[in-house]
Design a protein around this ligand. Structure first.
Ligand SMILES: NC(=O)NC(NC(N)=O)C(=O)[O-]
Ligand SMILES: [Zn+2]
Ligand SMILES: [Zn+2]
Length: 498
């Protein structure tokens, strides 16, 4: 129910009750209101109060709530922003098997502290990779009692299952929210790359389930430039890494996806399927090719990540492998173009691609970009990073909510998440965009390895005050709830039968 201020309060049936689990919430209520002068809901930003009841949003009262929210408990956040919690559709939590890289407990604590209320875990970097029903079960078991936010799982589309619909269906029936594949070596032995035939065949099965295929779209071009082959270049120089992995890699992958994209069009072989390009970096030809495909009716979405929007190649110090990721962070003009494409709606959403490793694999002392592990650690900081850098480009709070909550919820098939609307999960972040902080050594960081984050040492604005997951206050004033009460999210049913 949504009420304007002049409405009487028929919907106000305050009934304080305890929440499901002991210690799940820092707030001792199951039914309460939160309010502020800047609630991002119903396509606008303004004063409103949100009623939370048994984990769901029960009502929104828009306007001067102070005059009519008579019953308590009410938590009034003043002029802080109340926004849908962020949904990070691209994070590597690495458990089981590589818990020394990152884990469910550390990763989801960092997420909660950063205003992320749901994340979807990537099928690689944990061991074994999530490529069949059994390995998904290992993930779900490893996550038990460790989650501070809700977590879903992508499965892997790999050569072993791609041409075998029975295997794929068993993975999809087990509950992965969609599949992910690589068009170049992933760096993980049990996660081999797929070719376009694997992708086209996999999409036929995915179409039945109406779940997406996420693609790491880099492919080693058929013709490799002389620069790329030059083994003499200084491996501590970021320019060397850039030359070794040019935009032509992204372009080549997307050209190779031409038929797969066409198949998703109405009347196509995989109508109902959906291709999602993860971590787009090249804002030039690759983006143009994807725009053309969208324009022709292909079901394609695109994400980019805060590191491509915050950093440029020119500013990466020699030897600072914290900045190494694939595809690489490119030049400042490319960054500007990515912002423009995001603002124009050509890029649909954002994700962290939080992909840590142990610090030794980053080879920080040696500073060898060619040998260091690729991946940026960012989970806890994506909201302030997006806001701090986006302000200059004039981004709005509604756009933030679209890129970080609404569109990702759609991608992950989460119909009750991603917006502040009655009936939706009460997944909410409360934050102060104007509050500045220095990400220095004293700042609490909950990722497993704080020192490998490229954001350390940066000045940011946007401080998370509170995070609610299904009504549980899981993080507030620098503290986490006592118990980890996040849920695993498993997809149900096949689109085919509906
Ligand atoms: N194995 C990985 O985690 N790879 C990741 N690494 C990056 N982005 O540098 C990725 O998502 O491609
Ligand atoms: Zn990737
Ligand atoms: Zn990734």
């Amino acid at each position: 129910m949504v009420a304007e201020t002049d409405g009487c309060l028929l919907f106000l049936r305050a009934r304080v009750q305890s929440l499901g689990g002991e210690g799940c919430s820092l707030l001792p209520h199951g039914h309460f209101w939160i309010a502020s002068q800047r609630v991002v809901a119903l396509g606008r930003v303004g004063p409103a109060a949100v009623e939370v009841k048994e984990g769901l949003i029960n009502a929104i009262a828009v306007g001067d709530y102070r005059s009519f929210v008579l019953r308590r408990p009410l938590v009034d956040y003043g002029d802080a922003v109340i926004m849908p919690g962020l949904i990070d559709v691209h994070a590597h939590l690495d458990e089981p098997g590589r818990a020394e890289w990152e884990g469910f407990s550390t990763g989801t604590r960092a997420a909660a502290a950063g205003g992320i209320t749901t994340l979807v875990d990537m099928p690689l970097n944990s061991f074994p990779s999530t490529v069949c029903e059994e390995t998904l079960k290992l993930k779900v078991d490893a996550a038990r009692d460790k989650l501070y936010v809700d977590v879903g799982f992508w499965g892997g589309l790999v050569p072993e299952n791609a041409l075998n619909p029975r295997k794929l269906e068993s993975l999809l029936n087990a509950g992965v929210l969609g599949l992910k594949s690589f068009m170049c070596p992933s760096g993980i032995n049990d996660f081999p790359m797929t070719n376009s035939t694997h992708i086209e065949e996999g999409l036929v099965t995915l179409a039945k389930y109406k779940r997406p295929l996420l693609i790491h779209a880099e492919r080693i071009p058929d013709v490799v430039s002389d620069e790329e082959l030059d083994g003499e270049l200084d491996p501590r120089s970021y320019a060397t890494y850039l030359k070794s992995r040019t935009p032509a890699w992204e372009e080549s992958a997307v050209r190779d996806l031409k038929r797969a994209m066409k198949d998703t069009e109405v009347g196509g072989r995989s109508e109902g399927a959906h291709l999602h390009i993860v971590h787009l970096s090249d804002s030039k030809t690759t983006l143009e090719l994807l725009k053309d495909a969208k324009h022709s009716g292909a079901k394609v979405t695109i994400e980019t990540c805060p590191h491509y929007l915050a950093f440029s190649a020119e500013e990466v110090p020699d030897g600072d492998t914290r900045f190494k990721c694939s595809p690489p962070i490119r030049d400042a003009a490319n960054k500007d173009n990515l912002w423009e494409a995001l603002l124009d709606g050509h890029i649909d959403m954002l994700s962290s691609d939080h992909s840590p490793s142990t610090p030794d694999l980053k080879l920080m002392e040696e500073g060898n970009f060619m040998k260091a592990w690729g991946g940026i650690s960012s989970l806890q900081f994506v909201l302030p990073v997006t806001w701090s850098h986006g302000k200059k480009y004039g981004i709005t709070l509604n756009q933030l909510a679209s890129w970080w909550s609404e569109k990702p919820a759609e991608l992950a098939g989460q119909k009750n998440k991603g917006s502040i609307l009655p009936g939706y999960h009460a997944d909410i972040v409360v934050w102060k965009p104007e509050a500045q902080f220095h990400l220095d050594d004293t700042h609490a960081v909950y990722h497993k390895h704080r020192n490998i984050s490229a954001y350390l040492g940066k000045e940011l604005s946007g401080k998370v005050l509170s995070t609610f997951v299904r009504g549980n206050l899981v993080f507030a004033e620098g503290k986490h709830a006592g118990a980890a009460c996040g849920a695993t999210i498993l997809a149900k049913g096949s689109g085919a039968k509906k």
